[in-house]
Write a protein of this length. Sequence first.
Length: 153
Amino acid sequence: MKFKDWIESFTQVVILLLFFVAGCSFMVPDNDDNLASYSEGFVQLSGGKVDIADVKDINIYFKTQDSTTIGTCYRLANVVEIDPSYFYQSTPKRRVELVFHELAHCVCYRNHTEGKLKDGCPDSLMYKTYIDDQCLKTHWDYYLKEIYNGCEK
Ligand SMILES: [Zn+2]
């Protein structure tokens, strides 16, 4: 009964899940080469705010997500999972958006934003849902700068 009480807290269930992921690291696949190049890009575009050391411990790989999820960052386990069907069906900007969004969760400890720019586009790649192609195109340079807010050490 004590064990049941213990796992009833949502937070503790999440921690248990993260512990499970971390504890089973031998089952976690190595970095996918394609995704690793996005991690390197995340460092290169940061202008020194993110070091290669910050991303080298992040294990990033493809794994099919549930129907409402396209990527997941497990902060404590240093794991980023990217949904392969979404990724391969996406435009290049959408792919960057997804991978950088998850990396900013895991590397910079950023949380979701809910704000909008004057034209109605989301205020950040950290927006709670994916951003449409027109907004990505219009604000691409801004988004690539904004994503590093909070990455400074
Ligand atoms: Zn997110």
